[in-house]
Design a binder for this molecule. Structure first.
Ligand code: NAD
Ligand code: MG
Length: 391
């Protein structure tokens, strides 16, 4: 039967890769709805190619522009406006699967709507889970949703774990998240204060959105992924380890109690975890090139340097602190990345701002969506205020 899919954030890197995989399997998948923040022309082109029932834009002016162009092009897609419309297309009764590919905490509410509606939820939007934590996982359980990780490390862990989740606690010793180390893995730490947004966005193996590119450069991406793994696989924080593996061929591993390790390998191409999530437990062609072992020179591994990457350890610290601390960390980091991209703070000040914000905000009301969104907003206000003082 054809699976009807909503793609939240269809104009981004993950969104475009999702549509690429979907287009390879016309009878199997059909696009029900698409959404974007501001990219009117790209969303129009995606509507022309995939003929969705709905398209959602983040603001009224953008929604009006898109609606005019949709009409002028003779398309039948109905244009709606966020934020309410994102929840509508994520939970609509005619939708089977939702690809959550919005960046940041902005994706939390539609993720929860999809979870509560019992959808197959393909989660790329790691910040939603970092902010939502227990509330998110409860919504998945209560709604009877199927949560499938799209982040390549978590997809690798998911594929390496036994299918029966009830057996994980007695079988799994720990998981090993691999990290590329980003563009500054070998750069002298003393020169990191001078790096530009352009240099920080130049990831060695992937072309990704700007936020995750900066997070890869600071390794805050891995910090968020540690928190993501804690919730996805119900692990204790100390069961999550990180190892740098610059070639990004091993996407992550699970070590079992008998010291056996199972890893998932492949070329670094996000279409692989996307195809895996779309088809699971089946497999479909992804468009990715297979790994050529004869061409593979070496797989290397190193420890993450705490001086170069001071933000990595904030994940374990936040998980050990009061509930809601991970939401504070996420909001601080979103503000910090935005301020760095806007050249209002230096690269090394991203970590300083995260630390200062964690110290300034005492998390509360972390047990509901409303409480978490309020905490997110409060933290952003504090972090924005701190940015002024950093200049
Ligand atoms: P991106 O910046 O390329 O795309 C983000 C998408 O979200 C765009 O369609 C944009 O229009 C939309 N969007 C942004 N802000 C929004 C808002 N406030 N309201 C509604 N829509 C909004 O980002 P990306 O690289 O595709 O990453 C998306 C998510 O997937 C992130 O959470 C990222 O951490 C995660 N992820 C990405 C990759 C990757 O390779 N790009 C890998 C693993 C995980
Ligand atoms: Mg990842």
């Amino acid at each position: 039967m054809t699976q009807r899919i909503t793609v939240l954030g269809s104009t981004g890197s993950i969104g475009k890769n999702t549509l690429d995989v979907v287009a390879r399997h016309p009878g199997r998948y059909e696009i029900f709805a698409l959404s974007a923040a501001t990219q009117v022309d790209l969303l129009l082109a995606q509507c022309a190619a995939h003929r969705p029932r709905y398209a959602v834009m983040a603001s009224a002016p953008h929604a009006r522009q898109l609606a005019e162009k949709i009409k002028a092009n003779g398309l039948a897609t109905q244009v709606l406006q966020a934020p309410d419309a994102l929840e509508t297309i994520a939970s609509h009764e005619d939708v089977d699967a939702v690809m959550a590919a919005i960046v940041g905490a902005a994706g939390l509410a539609p993720c929860l709507a999809a979870a509560r509606a019992g959808k197959r939820l393909l989660l790329a939007n790691k910040e939603a889970l970092v902010v939502g934590g227990e509330v998110f996982m409860r919504a998945v359980k209560d709604g009877g949703a199927t949560l499938l990780p799209i982040d390549s490390e978590h997809s690798a862990i998911f594929q390496s774990l036994p299918e029966d989740a009830a057996t994980w606690p007695r079988r799994v010793q720990h998981v090993l998240l691999t990290a590329s180390g980003g563009p500054f893995r070998t750069r002298a730490p003393g020169t990191l204060r001078d790096v530009t947004p352009g240099e920080a966005c130049a990831h060695p193996n992937f072309s990704m959105g700007r936020k995750i590119s900066i997070d890869s450069a600071t390794m805050m991406n891995k910090a968020l992924e540690v928190i993501e793994a804690r919730w996805l696989f119900d692990l204790a924080p100390e069961q999550i380890k990180v190892v740098i593996h610059p070639q990004q061929i091993i996407h992550s591993m699970v070590q079992f109690v008998d010291a056996s390790i199972i890893a998932q390998l492949g070329t670094p191409d996000m279409r692989v975890p996307i195809a895996c999530g779309l088809a699971w437990p089946e497999r479909v062609e992804s468009g990715a090139a297979p790994l050529d072992f004869a061409q593979l020179a070496a797989l290397t591994f190193e420890k993450a340097d705490a001086v170069r990457f001071p933000g990595l350890h904030l994940s374990w610290q936040a998980l050990a602190a009061a509930p809601g601390t991970t939401a504070v960390l996420n909001a601080a980091n979103e503000v910090a990345v935005d301020a760095f991209l806007g050249e209002r703070i230096r690269f090394d000040q991203i970590h300083a701002l995260n630390l200062a914000t964690l110290e300034a905000v005492a998390p509360s009301n972390a047990d509901s969506l409303q409480g978490l969104l309020a905490l997110d907003a409060q933290t952003r206000a504090v972090a924005c205020e701190l940015v002024q003082r950093f200049q």
